[in-house]
Design a protein around this ligand. Sequence first.
Ligand SMILES: NC(=O)c1ccc[n+]([C@@H]2O[C@H](COP(=O)([O-])OP(=O)(O)OC[C@H]3O[C@@H](n4cnc5c(N)ncnc54)[C@H](OP(=O)(O)O)[C@@H]3O)[C@@H](O)[C@H]2O)c1
Length: 447
Amino acid sequence: MEPAMIVLFGSTGDLTRRKLIPALYNLHRKGQLHACTPIVAVGRKPFTDGSFFEHLQTDDFLKNADQTELERFLKRIKYLHLDISSTDPASLKDAIEGLERQYSCGKNKLFYLALPPQIFGSIARLVKPLKGDDGWQRVVFEKPFGQDTSSAEELNKTISEVFQEDEVFRIDHYLGKASVQNILSFRFSNALFEKAWRKEDIERVEIVAAESVGVGTRAGYYDKTGAVLDMVQNHLLQLLSLVAMEPPSSLESDDIRDQTVKVIESLRLGSWRRAQYVAGSGKKGYREEDGVAPDSDTETYASLELFVDSPRWQGVPFILTTGKRMQARHAEIKVFFRRNGLYEHAKMNLLTIRLQPDEGIAFRFNARDPETGELDQVDMDFCHPCHFGPNTAEAYEALLAEVIRGSRTLFTRWDWLLASWKFIDGVVEEKPTLESYPAGKDGPEKR
Ligand SMILES: NC(=O)c1ccc[n+]([C@@H]2O[C@H](COP(=O)([O-])OP(=O)(O)OC[C@H]3O[C@@H](n4cnc5c(N)ncnc54)[C@H](OP(=O)(O)O)[C@@H]3O)[C@@H](O)[C@H]2O)c1
């Protein structure tokens, strides 16, 4: 990879410690970071380099690190104590350019904004003077990118005053998962499935992302957001785009993203249900959680029936479901194939793409039970870590590597984001009555 300075804003936060630093360490360990890749951690807490390294090593996120290699890795990191909320652009420029001269690693810069979204715009402006003609400058934004169409448009306008679209990398960490990247490869390299990927052969598709945890310490954010904005607008619609897209004209980033945008533009809402968890399985209800209003109307569960109005998918329901405090943590895509043939008791063939945990793909089909002569359902199962090994790059590792390479396939393009917000604005407007489900169950009673 090319040399580049990585500037982490929000470096004292949870995301940096839990995901970004372990991912950068792994890239370093695998020899995928150029020797000239200093990491400047910008923060307003008064850490020294030493106390920052100690902070990074609390909670064991680097517990499996080889100590000698970790020490080498930590030499890349410089903590820059600076309160960006009160810093003027010239001071930040002086500080970063001073470090640039010290490291002599060239002018490429990757700015990672692991910050609350409310300050994305002001930080983009702060960084503006650091943009020069030499080297590349890329900026990475975390989700959420806006809360609705108009706030997303406003944020994008601010950002585009500083950065070109091809310099902007909007993260949806689901796209960094190896099992999600495999959806495209699976669909378009296996003729059998590619041919059957259409309304004539597929009866319905279900996409689920269930969490067993509750709202935890994120109530302040979550109570204003809810399941649709937190999970559906981004992760679940991204998965739907990959499942429903037409074949791209090539595997180039923009050809793929052109097709995913078309899926979102042709979405139609059938109906949806929203619910909130109440006490159950020894866990408290959502309204009893710290920081949640006692009369909160926020949904912690959403299930949407959507249709993709294209010739390929006309009439096929796509059911997207997500929730907190559900029975078990899992994310998967289930494709139900239409029944066919001589056997009237034959069950539908089912393809399950497991995204987490136990990444893999299973295909369920009918087979004759030799004892009874009846049909039974049996599985063919591909286990991703069993075949490819347990050390597949974590999502953030893959995403950071792609930004440094300048490849944009795994990032959200503005037109996709805009289309998704327009669609979600319509969903939120149609807000159905809030239902409830006991913590530990997979949502409200079936109707
Ligand atoms: N954590 C995750 O797993 C996760 C997952 C997906 C997306 N995200 C997104 O990633 C971003 C960061 O999340 P996080 O979990 O790391 O949050 P966090 O733990 O609250 O950390 C936020 C960071 O931003 C800094 N900060 C907050 N307000 C600031 C201000 N006004 N001026 C300057 N610095 C300020 C904090 O500095 P101080 O320490 O000085 O307060 C801290 O370093 C958010 O956009 C979040 O939505 C996080």
